[in-house]
Design a protein around this ligand. Structure first.
Ligand SMILES: Cc1cc2nc3c(=O)[nH]c(=O)nc-3n(C[C@H](O)[C@H](O)[C@H](O)COP(=O)(O)O)c2cc1C
Length: 387
């Protein structure tokens, strides 16, 4: 049977009995409010904010509330199995750290802290192209921990090829290609602060350590930061592609390929026809298109249509163990979680990320068992009712 993630609960109560309360809240829905107290307004808004009016972010959360678990009793759920196989890898639980760029704006240890916490729990961290830490440095601190690489697709094919080759050489197993951010969404929360961290050279460690990208510059980034930043931004924004572009990725990546940002069932079918290994049903946590459908609302139809042809992953709005159970029941093989661990990073570096992940896993483990289920594999739509 799998690791008893629920034991984190006893650990916390025992510490409390000894006079020590948790350093961070165990209510992951409260993390945003707590993080707001420690972060500067610019970084806080960058993490918490969404596109436009924020309607898509709100819709993501509301969609979870429209489903309810129906607990079953006397099912012998004492021992539970959370482990699952995703994209050919066995994970201790169906939880993955979503790619989140520019983590240096919330904590100086940035992706290093996140990678260490993820590796310690055996959960895959998806490293962003927009990281504040180089590919090789994230790999070094991850040790044997599972690691996937997220691509913002540079329009210079040689730079793209070089970045992918470095990620593969550094032990990243899965390539997650983000399709929904070929240009930044309209984000008043950042526009009103005039805040875009990349312009100050944050979140540019991947290109700035890349020999092919550097060969495109007249001066090194430390000599002419503005020019290097502008060159990079123009490589990864402003160019939308079409389905015919996908073979390039296969030529440059010999592991599983996942398309992130799928919301329409026809796009999911197209991805399956194209032979990719997985998709992430995601609306980027509501950060790209305002007034868009909740990611969870599109999951059941997509999972039914293509779940037998590729691995369907899900993100956008996951905050609690019950949310994970609901997404799995509606067809996801695993979920990605974004903002909660970033708030953990802001509050306490590696310890904060570990606490958030352990809290989510404990909540998942206990909710699964108390709902009467012995394994995540048992979950299907019949365990839920629509409110
Ligand atoms: C601050 C921040 C930065 C992000 N950076 C990236 C990124 O570099 N690449 C990417 O594919 N998605 C990025 N995302 C989106 C996440 O991968 C994920 O889709 C989203 O956060 C999921 O929603 P949640 O935050 O509600 O869990 C970012 C999200 C946040 C909050």
């Amino acid at each position: 049977m799998s690791e008893r993630f629920g034991h984190y609960q006893s650990e916390i109560y025992l510490s409390g009995y000894g006079g020590t309360t948790p350093a961070f809240t165990t209510d992951l829905t409260r993390l945003e409010a707590v993080a707001e107290r420690v972060l500067e307004p610019g970084p806080f808004a960058y993490v918490a904010g969404g596109a436009g009016s924020g309607a898509t972010s709100r819709a993501n959360r509301e969609a979870f509330d429209r489903w309810a678990l129906v607990p079953r009793m006397l099912t012998d759920a004492t021992e539970r199995e959370l482990a699952t196989t995703v994209l050919g890898e066995t994970l201790p639980a169906p939880v993955v750290l979503a790619p989140v760029g520019v983590q240096s704006i919330v904590h100086p240890e940035a992706e290093r802290a996140t990678a260490k916490a993820a590796a310690g729990l055996g959960l895959p961290m998806v490293m962003s192209t927009a990281s504040s830490t180089s590919i090789e440095d994230v790999a070094a601190v991850s040790g044997p921990g599972p690691r996937w690489f997220q691509l913002y697709w540079p329009n210079d094919p040689d730079v793209c090829g070089s970045i992918l080759a470095r990620a593969r050489a550094a032990g990243f197993s899965v390539l997650v290609v983000t399709l929904d951010t070929w240009s930044l969404g309209w984000r008043p929360c950042d526009l009103d602060n005039g805040y875009l961290p990349f312009l100050k050279g944050e979140g540019t460690a991947v290109p700035f350590t890349d020999p092919v990208f550097r060969s495109r510059l007249e001066s090194a980034p430390d000599e002419d930061l503005a020019m290097a930043v502008l060159r990079w931004i123009s490589m990864i924004t402003g160019t939308d592609r079409d389905w015919d572009a996908l073979p390039f990725l296969r030529e440059h990546w010999d592991g599983p390929i996942v398309l992130k940002g799928i919301q329409h069932v026809d796009d999911a079918r197209r991805a399956a026809d194209a032979g990719v290994d997985g998709i992430v049903v995601s609306n980027h946590g509501g950060r790209q298109v305002d007034g868009a459908v909740a990611s969870l609302d599109m999951l059941p139809e997509i999972a039914t249509a293509v779940g037998d042809r590729l691995d369907v992953l899900f993100d956008s709005g996951v905050r609690t163990g019950a949310d994970v159970v609901k997404a799995l029941a509606l067809g996801a093989k695993a979920v990605l979680v974004g903002r909660p661990y970033v708030y953990g990073l802001a509050l306490g570096g590696e310890d904060g990320v570990r606490h958030v992940l352990r809290s989510l896993l404990a909540d998942l483990d206990l909710t699964l068992g108390l709902s009467g289920h012995r394994s995540v594999a048992e979950l299907g739509p019949e365990v839920l009712v629509r409110r």
